[in-house]
Design a protein around this ligand. Structure first.
Ligand code: ADP
Length: 218
């Protein structure tokens, strides 16, 4: 279903969120107070406007209240990011996602009702580090302090075996959500499905169990 998004702040983070949402077929309003940033986004958004994210009247006249999601991606200017978030929540925007700059920024955003707070640099750093330490890990998504989803490359050890034979859930406490093979993806695979070498396994579980599976099971 087509959703309505507004992205405020079109730096590296905001502009890539904006482009991707637009590419996925959603309506995206791109906002920045810098004309050049707005012009760069015209072909990657439904509408792009020059406006100050801390100007309540401007946000009001853009009808920001009616958007399903508003992403506040104002970078370094923590004060503007906080004020913008506060205005959006006071106006009654349902879902406000904000990029936080640091821990204190995060805490203030939490207090004023931001619905989701993201730390893209830190998250990406963790994912890259995970990838660096193990050539089996392709991607890594942290769900909570304890649980994650990882993409692992199937080694020789599991090649030609079925999920039932491997019995990963009983042995390691992790669950294979999907198996990617070249361009095909098998979601919710059956126990009799076989794994090939170099398949990509998308696995969910406790971090300790995932580590054990990666080190001993693959
Ligand atoms: P990133 O780290 O994602 O590249 P930047 O700090 O470079 O973040 O980008 C933040 C963007 O937010 C810039 O394009 C800047 O012009 C914009 N911005 C800053 N303050 C405001 C504001 N009050 N209203 C709208 N846009 C703003």
């Amino acid at each position: 279903m087509r959703k309505q998004f507004a992205v405020i702040g079109l730096g590296r983070f905001g502009s890539s969120v904006c482009k991707e949402l637009y590419k996925l077929g959603h309506d995206v309003l791109a906002i920045d107070n810098n004309e050049e940033k707005v012009n760069n986004m015209t072909q990657f958004s439904t509408h792009s406007v020059i406006a100050n994210g801390t100007d309540e009247n401007a946000l009001h006249s853009l009808g920001i209240r009616n958007f399903d999601f508003v992403i506040v991606a104002i970078g370094d200017n923590i004060q503007s990011s906080i004020l913008c978030t506060l205005i959006l929540k006071e106006m009654g925007v349902k879902n406000v996602w904000v990029k936080a700059q640091n821990y204190y920024h995060h805490r203030v955003l939490e207090k004023i009702g931001a619905d989701r707070i993201v730390h893209p640099e830190q998250d990406m750093g963790i994912r890259i580090a995970q990838h660096l330490v193990s050539e089996k890990i392709i991607d890594y998504i942290e769900l909570s302090d304890e649980y994650s989803i990882v993409e692992l490359i199937a080694s020789e050890k599991v090649a030609g075996k079925s999920l039932a034979q491997l019995d990963i859930r009983a042995k390691y406490g992790c669950t294979i959500l999907a198996i990617k093979r070249n361009k095909d993806i098998n979601i919710s695979p059956f126990p009799q499905d076989l794994i090939d070498k170099n398949d990509i396994l998308i696995v969910i579980g406790h971090k300790n169990d995932l580590k054990r599976f990666e080190e001993e099971g693959l």
